[in-house]
Design a protein around this ligand. Structure first.
Ligand SMILES: Cc1cc2nc3c(=O)[nH]c(=O)nc-3n(C[C@H](O)[C@H](O)[C@H](O)COP(=O)(O)O)c2cc1C
Length: 410
């Protein structure tokens, strides 16, 4: 963390709490657990939320079943989806006492820019499926809270419009597709629009088996074609980032032919930083460093890409070890509580991205970050977590901060 800064401290903390309050942070099996405890309660305003999970039920009520299913689904048995939450229980924070946490600084500095908190908006596709304002609402919320936003290739707004709404460069997430020329054109378009960092997602290879989506889709009586188009090309044509680009010859937005050569070639094509999203092993993390990439997002796509059954928090330490501080490492998948975030940061992650939680807020109440207050509890009390963070800083020279976490023998 960087040094506290007088007036920014309180404002930053307040913005973080407001963001979490109004943001969508948690999903299906998760909502079910909540519903079992409070079967009749679906919040009708962000202020009623006691935690971020409360937003999911409200979103489910507000959006069509197929759209909710698209957000909530994992892949296959959804073992990875569940593991992403369970993984946090395998690590415990060691709260240190008698540390002055009256002044907090939650800011994250990354590639020369400073954000109000280490909570980053992960790229998610098709946000207008959840609210008519879609990604523009997300960009505006990111602007209000000064959060780093990553915009999906298949967003329902263009890079240019999202940057205008955010008021500063966002990161563009690139699905390269199977055709070099198209990925290249998307990357150049992003660069021209002012994007400073391109995040290449590499974990979508084959078509995903999303059974939760399929089941909920069957219950949806609406006709999908007019909104979605039929088939890949119609789908892509409806996505503004592809406007004016030649989409002939593509067979997927993901790519089965992607290799490290692709990233090296892209590295030589655009001047932006290149961050790779979707790595899960130290071997690949080392390759990312060796290939001159600028950063890594440890991610299993929120349990939507393949069902390896492991959480991202479990693989984070070995990845951080081999990267050894040479490039920043961010992480996502399953982050819902302040304690989850504190664990990743204490391990050494630079930032934590969230996906479904902000979609819950978006679907339930539109632009996240509005007037909500009560949801601040979703983050837990930053002062409480700070006793671990600050103690972490104290010990970091001696043992790289690992002293503040204990792994369960499970
Ligand atoms: C509805 C939905 C759409 C997504 N679309 C994309 C996408 O277009 N590109 C991408 O790189 N990741 C995408 N993701 C993955 C997120 O970037 C992120 O890795 C994941 O949501 C993090 O897990 P969480 O939802 O548990 O926070 C999507 C996730 C969801 C839930």
């Amino acid at each position: 963390m960087i040094a506290p800064h007088a007036s920014l401290r309180h404002a930053s903390r307040r913005r973080l709490l407001q963001f979490l309050a109004a943001s969508p942070l948690l999903a299906t099996g998760e909502a079910l657990a909540q519903a079992a405890r409070f079967p009749d309660k679906v919040i009708s305003s962000p202020q009623e939320a006691l935690n971020v999970f409360d937003f999911e039920a409200a979103m489910q009520k507000a959006v069509p079943p197929a759209h909710y299913g698209y957000m909530a689904t994992g892949i296959d048995d959804e073992a990875t989806l569940r593991a992403n939450r369970d993984g946090f229980q395998k690590f415990q924070l060691r709260p240190r006492r008698l540390i002055d946490v009256s002044k907090l600084d939650l800011r994250m500095e990354l590639f020369g820019r400073t954000y109000a908190s280490p909570i980053v908006i992960a790229p998610t596709a098709s946000n207008r499926a959840f609210h008519e304002d879609g990604e523009l609402a997300v960009s505006r919320a990111a602007r209000t809270g000064n959060h780093l936003q990553m915009l999906s290739t298949v967003a329902t707004v263009s890079i240019e419009d999202a940057i205008a709404a955010r008021g500063q460069p966002i990161w563009f997430q690139l699905y390269p597709t199977n055709k070099w020329e198209l990925g290249d054109a998307l990357a150049r378009r992003a660069e021209k629009a002012g994007v400073e960092t391109i995040v290449v997602t590499v974990d979508v290879v084959a078509r995903q088996n999303w059974e939760t989506l399929a089941r909920l889709w069957r219950t949806d009586t609406r006709t999908c074609g007019p909104c979605h188009g039929l088939g890949l090309k119609s789908y892509v044509k409806l996505k503004p980032n592809f406007n004016g680009l030649d989409i002939s010859g593509i067979n997927n937005t993901g790519a089965t032919n992607l290799t490290w050569e692709y990233l090296k070639r892209l590295r030589d094509t655009v001047k932006t930083r290149i961050v790779v999203k979707g790595l899960l092993t130290p071997e690949d993390a080392l390759l990312a460093v060796d290939n001159g990439l600028d950063g890594i997002v440890v991610s299993n796509h929120g349990g939507r890409a393949e069902d390896n059954g492991s959480s991202t928090i479990e693989v984070l330490p070995e990845i951080l070890e081999v990267v050894d501080g040479r490039i920043p490492v961010l992480i996502d998948s399953g982050f819902r509580r302040g304690t989850d975030i504190a664990k990743a940061l204490a391990m050494g992650a630079r930032g934590v991205c969230i996906g479904r939680p902000y979609l819950w807020g978006l679907g339930a109440f539109g632009q996240p970050g509005g007037r909500a207050r009560a949801g601040s509890v979703a983050a837990g009390n930053p002062r409480r977590h700070a006793t671990a963070r600050r103690a972490d800083a104290e010990t970091s020279h001696a043992d790289d901060g690992q002293a503040e976490l204990r792994r369960s023998l499970s």
